[in-house]
Design a protein around this ligand. Structure first.
Ligand code: SF4
Length: 706
């Protein structure tokens, strides 16, 4: 049996795996003992990957329909790409380049992302390229940029081993990042004095293991963090000499938090003032305070300021860049970081450059050897589908994501996809919820079949290798984008396309990407596939001539802002975008289960992963069920102002009275034609454009079976 090194394709922990195979089939998977993210450990999802690598349910051949309503039929790759190029070229000629769009995924490898980004911004001349990472990490990106000057998480998993106080806010790593959580548990076991504070409306497994659980009301995080800063000031914990030398904006924030006493915040957040004081004192007294956050903060209509308010707690103490210290965002998807590195969002350019910056646009144009990069901002994810719905975008290319399941306010997404003149769906799996809307489906390689790189939450780049060939006529995502670009270039009469997309291998894409980072904060000019294979996964920056990457950033107190100083931001103080009322009296939050991943295209194929939770359900406090004469296990109709779904009621004390929790994973199922995003709304953060997927006001009613 042969062995090939790769990474787990699920969460942003980015665990290394060793795929055991016979050259044609994956037989077994085990953790890579040499990978610094997991040292051989795998969670239930990672350790069952081999059960999901089956050709059944894969999309095997290109399929095309010539008119809406028809069934798709198998076509050759040549016909498929020719048809797509014809359609995109005719839309571009008739309506301009902004009438097409590309919607990508944090599941893609960095090389895939790079080629798609260049295809849109360099060849088509539109910035309409966005990604499902917009739904996941864009608030953290904006928060880092506003405070530290660059989208660069300053910490490493190693910091879990050194921290003596961890503030975990809006994250449930016990379920969503299990191997990272095991490292936190090990740190706590080794140093029982270490304090763990968890901020979460639910009593998750992470919260249950904490020394202090602050079960705040959804949307009130900023009030909590401001009150903690108030206590830090009042008790004299703020490191004023460091703040004066290394930061700006503290005075304005101090004026705001002066009035946010623990008593005021307690009334808004719904937690005892004494607990807020206790959390602040633990944080202030810690030698190495570390904050950890994820979707609970990011997926909010003030997600960016959730992040900046949390980051302010580290800056106020000057605790950043040293072992065990700092603000550390976890990424949800396996390569959300890689997508950010190549500028795979509608407002970014390669190597952490900003589209809004004329010098950055000129640098990228020079790198690519083109006249210019378009200045006009592209549509972010929500805006893109809205533009499709309004007929402004007429041809849409979707790669490795399932918007008919994962986007909020599904009724609008369905309407957009139905109206779109031409939808291309590049996918590994045949029957996603988005598939019925596709005019053209293109079969893609997936985990264990493709080569490239991924970057995990701690800036660590791993070279992933193909263990087996893909089934049918599947192709690598970057190669599909390249081949389409070459065809489109011909149709548009752009001879440059052949030069721009002359990529014989994934490594040739990686080397161009690496070159684009030269001199930037994430400089990886010292990396190559060979080095990554010989020395293992490496953290960025790793410039040419460097002997190793950076475990931590900002140890010298110098930041990537214009002044070199970190910024305190006065945050917004709004709450959730939708309030409860008499008609919709329950606060619904959403999240992940321990054993499922996203829309279950992959995890749904491993029977063992249903042993934890085996059907779609709504978690409710037993008092809320009793009040409505609903029993545990009854079917209920769950309604929001956008739509309704049917779920089984599950009584639990993990959610407070008046709250509800629905997992994000189940889409179309035997009970409903849609999942929780039938209920969510598409209100976005003004800075990050990330939607508030985490909260909606709902009502429930028992379904009386005949
Ligand atoms: Fe995969 Fe995340 Fe589990 Fe690691 S922790 S095995 S990356 S799902």
């Amino acid at each position: 049996m042969a062995e090939t090194k790769s990474t787990c394709p699920y969460c942003g922990v980015g665990c290394g795996v060793i795929i055991q195979h016979d050259g044609a089939r994956v037989i077994e998977v085990r953790g890579d003992p040499e990978h610094p993210a997991n040292f051989g450990r795998l969670c239930t999802k990672g350790s069952t990957l081999h059960f999901t690598a089956r050709p059944e349910s894969r999309l095997l051949y290109p399929e095309l329909r010539t008119s809406k309503g028809e069934a798709r039929a198998r076509v050759s790759w040549d016909v498929a790409l020719d048809t797509a190029a014809d359609k995109f070229a005719s839309v571009i000629r008739e309506h301009g380049p902004d009438a097409v769009g590309f919607y990508l995924s944090g599941q893609l490898l960095t090389e895939d992302y790079y080629v798609f980004n260049k295809l849109a911004k360099g060849l088509v001349a539109t910035n309409n390229v966005d990604t499902n990472s917009r739904l996941c990490m864009s608030s953290a990106v904006a928060a880092y940029k506003q405070t530290l000057g660059a989208d660069a998480p300053p910490c490493s998993y190693e910091d879990f081993d050194h921290s003596d106080c961890m503030l975990i806010a809006g994250a449930n790593p016990a379920f969503a990042h299990p191997i990272a959580f095991r490292r936190i548990e090990a740190a706590k076991a080794a140093r029982p004095d270490m304090k763990i504070i968890v901020v979460d409306p639910r009593r998750t497994d992470t919260a249950a293991s904490a020394d202090l659980h602050l079960a705040i009301l959804p949307g009130t995080d900023i009030w909590l963090f401001n009150a903690m800063l108030h206590v830090l000031l009042w008790e004299g914990y703020v490191n004023m000499p460091w703040v004066r030398e290394h930061t700006e904006g503290f005075e304005a924030l101090r004026q705001v938090v002066r009035d946010v006493t623990p008593a005021v915040a307690a009334g808004i957040c719904g937690v005892p003032a004494d607990d807020i004081i206790k959390a602040a004192k633990w944080w202030g007294e810690a030698q190495a305070p570390l904050s950890l956050w994820c979707m609970g903060l990011n997926q909010s209509h003030h997600g960016t300021h959730n992040g900046t308010a949390l980051i302010a707690l580290s800056l106020a103490l000057g605790k950043i860049g040293a072992p065990g210290c700092g603000p550390f965002s976890l990424t949800g998807q396996p390569n959300a970081m890689g997508g950010r590195e190549v500028g795979g969002l509608s407002n970014l350019l390669s190597a952490h450059r900003d589209l809004a910056n004329p010098a950055h646009r000129a640098e990228v144009a020079a790198l690519w050897g083109i006249e210019s990069v378009p200045e006009k901002p592209g549509y972010s994810a929500i805006e893109l589908f809205e533009a499709v719905r309004e007929g402004k975008v007429k041809a849409l290319w979707i790669a490795c994501t399932n918007p008919a399941h994962s986007m909020p306010q599904q009724a609008l997404i369905r309407e957009a996809l139905e109206k779109c003149e031409f939808v291309v769906l590049q996918e590994a799996y045949a029957n996603t919820e988005t598939a019925p809307y596709a005019d053209l489906q293109l079969p893609a390689l997936t985990w264990a079949e493709k080569e490239g790189t991924v970057t995990n939450s701690e800036r660590r780049i791993t070279h992933v290798n193909a263990a087996i060939p893909g089934p049918g006529e599947t192709r690598a995502d970057w190669a599909i984008a390249r081949d389409f670009a070459l065809k489109l270039g011909e149709k548009l009469g752009q001879p440059d396309a052949a030069r721009l997309f002359a990529y014989p291998t994934a490594e040739s894409v990686f080397l161009e990407h690496a070159e684009s980072t030269r001199g930037r904060d994430l400089d990886i000019t010292g990396l190559s596939y060979t080095l990554l294979d010989e020395r293992g996964p490496q953290q960025w920056p790793f410039a040419a001539g460097a002997s190793e990457g950076a475990t931590r950033l900002y140890a010298d107190g110098k930041f990537e802002t214009a002044s070199g100083k970190a910024q305190f931001i006065v945050p917004a103080t709004s709450l959730t975008s939708e309030a409860i009322d008499a008609r919709y009296p329950l606060r619904m939050t959403t999240g992940r289960l321990r054993d499922q991943w996203h829309g279950m295209s992959r995890t749904g194929k491993a029977a063992r992963l249903y042993s934890h939770v085996d059907e779609p359900r709504i978690d409710l406090n037993s008092s809320d069920l009793d009040r409505r004469s609903i029993a545990d296990g009854d079917l209920v109709r769950v309604k929001s102002r956008r739509g309704s779904i049917v779920l089984r009621a599950h009584a639990t004390e993990e959610v407070r009275p008046g709250h509800a929790f629905i997992a994000m994973h189940w889409g179309r199922n035997v009970l409903s034609s849609s999942g929780v995003n039938e209920l969510t709304l598409n209100k976005v953060d003004p800075h990050s454009k990330q939607p508030e997927l985490k909260h909606a006001a709902i009502q429930i009613e028992k379904i009386e079976l005949p």
